[in-house]
Design a protein around this ligand. Structure first.
Ligand code: GLN
Length: 555
């Protein structure tokens, strides 16, 4: 069991997830089987109930995990498939499917501890942070490390060293290092190295402070990775080395990059892979060729990302734009699909409010992606965006909520159903064309209760979506409570041009719709194909969409 623990210093949001994924990548290049864990110190059991504006996108896993806080007891089971957005980065870099139990939150750890106490699992003892909570954390980590015969488990601790809420996790890491043989753990500290314009120098002081903070908790980093605008110069490396008590060659540069997929290559250039192997006493393995784990293939792929220079302009009407990460998997999926066709997406985020002039905003775009979401804000503007696509034959992809709003627009425009709506938005709509799923009617709790995870989808031959996939059965990931109401799929609806292009295996739940027009690509999917898009293998749905956008651009 070998662990790499990745901690962060100075401030959050400096790309620790990309660093953790890149460490994994350079170990994959050497033939190692790896996986990743993310620790989120917040008290939510999972991030599913968090506002995307506060915490970025919520990633959806292929599998759904039945989390039992008290093992061997079915009394309480929480379904978890909604996890931290860093898992999107991990899956895209590493090409592996990661289990939802690899996202450990304080919520899960404390819930387990308290419920086990009530079950008498600690009878007679005072339940304490140390050893009971730390044991719980270690139990989770060891379980994951042993599960799939991994060579190395990379554990990223969310937040920043010095945060009260993450300190118990750092304490667990310290204990693991103490318990395991010397070469079984490696500590990587990722910090910010700011540039001071006033003195014209990179500054190491914030890094010095955060390393001191780590050391005061009994943790000595083996490697310090400095996030900066430009590469770390020699002098600053020496300084960080001296004050952090790590050799100079273990101070690694992580400058701003044009493309994040380049980071593993940059790490290789600095011999970080060899250093990791030395610290962990690993000998590179001979493995059979795979396009995902081969160094030269990755290099070629990065080249392809750099060379794509033509642009295709995609408008994204939505409402979670206060931070850049709210739709990160969608942005990435658009990029993957475009790059594979020699293009870069130029994304126009339209943050809809009452005053937005949708028609003016959408003019001159080559495609419209209607975003997922919840609740009534911005809905009318989003519906108008779908109308605009229908009227101007702009290629259109609606994802989840975006597909539901496409259907509402169609019902209002072509079926004359005035004020048609989703019951999520308007409980008293005369035409509930989008309604709660049957399986949701009894649901009262909020966390982990949607229709979630990777599910089998049956595609209908001859449809645009079928053409994109070229097969009848696919698995994509879901996250919704509402769905397109079958009752309104009348003969007239079909005659006016709506097509159900896929359903679930019972044929009852509509998984996607599209317009039956040879000269207009308008597709809405209830599922989220972006979660399975990879830089080396773009999503079929997104590729189909981008292809049409490029055609439209040149018309
Ligand atoms: N709010 C909608 C539902 O629950 C759509 C969800 C989404 O876009 N992920 O069905």
């Amino acid at each position: 069991m070998k662990f790499i623990f990745v901690t962060g210093g100075v401030m959050s949001g400096i790309g620790k997830g990309v660093v953790a994924a890149s460490l994994g990548k350079i170990l994959q290049f050497r033939g190692f089987k790896i996986s990743t864990v993310k620790i989120d110190p917040y008290l939510n059991v999972d991030p599913g109930t968090l506002n995307p504006v506060e915490h970025g996108e919520c990633f959806i896993t292929e599998e759904v995990w039945d989390f039992k806080p008290v093992p061997d007891s079915d009394e309480r089971v929480y379904r978890i498939s909604e996890i931290d957005q860093d898992f999107g980065t991990y899956e895209r870099f590493l090409g592996i499917t990661i289990h939802p139990s690899n996202n450990i939150t304080s919520g899960q750890i404390y819930l387990s501890t308290i419920l086990r106490e009530r079950k008498g699992r600690f009878l007679g003892r005072t339940v304490q942070l140390i050893p009971h909570v730390t044991d719980m954390i270690k139990e989770r980590l060891f379980e994951i490390a042993q599960k799939d015969g991994l060579d190395v488990l990379i554990v990223e601790a969310g937040g920043t060293v010095g945060d009260l809420e993450s300190s118990i996790f750092l304490e667990s890491f310290r204990q693991i290092r103490l318990e395991l043989p010397k070469h079984n753990t490696c500590f990587v500290h990722v910090t910010l190295v700011p540039y001071s314009k006033a003195v014209g120098q990179q500054k190491s002081k914030p890094t010095q402070h955060s390393v001191k903070m780590l050391q005061s908790g009994g943790l000595q980093p083996d490697i310090v990775i400095g996030r900066s605008e430009t590469p770390l110069d020699d002098e600053i490396k020496e300084k960080i080395s001296l004050f952090s008590n790590v050799p100079k060659k273990a101070v690694v540069s992580n400058p701003d990059l044009e493309n994040i997929y380049e980071l593993p290559l940059l790490f290789e250039k600095q011999k970080l892979g060899d250093l990791l192997c030395k610290i962990l006493d690993l000998k590179a393995k001979l493995v059979s060729y795979s396009e995902v784990t081969n160094f030269s293939e990755w290099k070629k792929m990065v080249q392809m990302f750099k060379e794509a220079d033509k642009t295709v302009r995609i408008a994204m009407p939505g409402k979670y734009f206060n931070i850049t990460d709210s739709y990160i998997s969608i942005n990435d999926a658009l990029e993957h699909a475009a790059v594979h066709q020699g293009y870069k997406p130029d994304l126009k985020m339209i943050n809809i409010n009452e005053n937005t002039d949708i028609y003016a905003e959408l003019k001159e775009c080559d495609g419209i992606l209607l975003t997922p979401g919840f609740g009534e804000r911005a809905v009318e503007g989003m519906i108008r965006s779908a109308e605009y696509a229908m009227e101007n034959k702009v290629p259109f992809l609606g994802i989840c909520f975006g597909a539901q709003l496409f259907w509402i627009a169609f019902c209002r425009k072509y079926l004359g159903l005035e004020n048609a709506n989703s019951t999520e938005i308007d409980k008293n709509t005369p035409y509930p064309v989008v309604d709660l799923l049957e399986s949701q009617r009894e649901v009262t709790e909020k966390g982990g209760t949607m229709r979630l995870g990777g599910l089998k989808i049956l595609l209908k031959e001859g449809t645009k979506l079928y053409k994109a996939y070229g097969k009848k059965e696919i698995i994509e990931r879901f996250r919704h409570r509402y769905h397109i109401n079958n009752d309104f799929l009348t003969k007239e609806a079909y005659e006016k041009g709506i097509v159900v292009s896929s359903t679930d295996t019972t044929g009852k739940i509509i998984n996607s719709i599209e317009l039956n027009r040879p000269d207009h690509w308008m597709v809405g999917t209830q599922f989220h194909p972006e979660f399975k898009s990879r830089p080396f293998r773009a999503s079929e749905t997104y590729s189909g969409f981008i292809k049409e956008c490029i055609k439209f651009k040149h018309k």
